[in-house]
Design a protein around this ligand. Structure first.
Ligand code: AMP
Length: 304
């Protein structure tokens, strides 16, 4: 079993009603690989950073047993920078700045030692780059992709093209509506499955997530948290927990996908408790399993 992750490594500036973090560690690939590292090691990372990317962040990723052979460091370039600002209820955010920087000219090269990766997670970056990475991998067993409104609006054709190669897509409800041009989420799901991914996960923030497979639907709750400080990376952590569990168990059955959704939701619920990766940088297996069990307890009921 082997998992390859591609996506952004970023320096994020984040504003929430509870505070502000400036140029802190972020990026889709960062959240995905750290979250997945709690299930499978090493996680193979493909991405790019500039010379300004802190050395201690590189060390942190190495400590998580993330294999950085596929990480390009462009010494005279600047790391991708994203600045997001959240609304009072944390349900909406505006992207104030998206500076692609080193991503503008990124040519992802998958090292030979990564080419036989059975599980692949295409984190949020341009769909052309996602496809370019995927085409370098020999017959992956299961490919999960994430995307966001930025790419749905700016690279729609490329995104639809890339989706033909994907087994599972993870997006949020507003992105699903935008991508499908359907207001109703069930209709949206059917249309998106028609683009390629047989499995679709639609995240609904504080209202949980929906898992659609060929002919099944699973409704996962969200963890009822009293204090949410920074929702950044929740979606990526979800993706990391989801694919991490699938790669660890090597079981793509519907029942196991449901468990993977709950593991994804568990890691995401930790991520939002603190800024950046603060809360998920050293989780324990007991904490993760404990939260997984709470999800079960909160949502199970008997029929009589
Ligand atoms: P999430 O909150 O899970 O949607 O992911 C947040 C992360 O996505 C942040 O750490 C950002 O650095 C990263 N991000 C934001 N916009 C983009 C983009 N257009 N391409 C790639 N990564 C992005």
């Amino acid at each position: 079993m082997s998992l390859l992750v591609v996506g952004s490594l970023a320096l994020d500036t984040i504003e929430t009603p509870f505070g502000r973090a400036i140029k802190t560690l972020g990026g889709s690939a960062t959240y995905i690989s750290v979250s997945a590292s709690y299930f499978i090691q090493p996680v193979r990372l493909v991405g790019v950073v500039g010379g300004d990317f802190p050395k201690e962040d590189i060390e942190f990723l190495k400590d998580k047993d993330i294999d950085l052979e596929g990480l390009q460091i462009i010494e005279d370039g600047k790391t991708f920078h994203w600045h997001g600002k959240y609304s009072f209820d944390l349900n909406n955010r505006d992207s104030i700045v998206t500076d692609l920087n080193v991503f503008a000219d990124f040519d992802p090269i998958v090292p030979d030692s990564f080419k036989r990766s059975s599980y692949v997670c295409l984190g949020n970056i341009s769909p052309e780059l996602q496809k370019k990475v995927l085409l370098q991998i020999e017959k992956p067993k299961f490919v999960v992709a994430d995307t966001m409104n930025f790419w749905i609006q700016n690279k729609n054709d490329e995104l639809i093209d890339m989706l033909q190669l994907v087994d599972a897509l993870i997006i949020n409800d507003s992105e699903a509506r935008e991508l499908s041009h359907e207001a109703n989420l069930i209709r949206a799901a059917k249309k998106i499955q028609g683009f390629g991914p047989k499995t679709l996960i639609i995240k609904k923030g504080e209202h949980g997530a929906l898992l659609f497979t060929d002919n099944e639907l699973f409704m996962a709750p969200a963890y009822p948290l009293e204090s949410i400080y920074d929702p950044t990376g929740a979606g990526d952590s979800f993706a990391g927990g989801f694919i991490g569990h699938l790669a660890k168990t090597e079981d793509l059955s519907y029942e196991n996908m449901k468990r993977a959704v709950i593991y994804g939701s568990s890691i995401a619920s930790f991520t939002v408790e603190k800024f950046s990766l603060e809360r998920i940088k050293d989780l324990t297996p007991i904490e993760i399993k404990g939260r997984f069990n709470e999800f079960k307890r909160f949502s199970e009921f008997t029929s009589i």
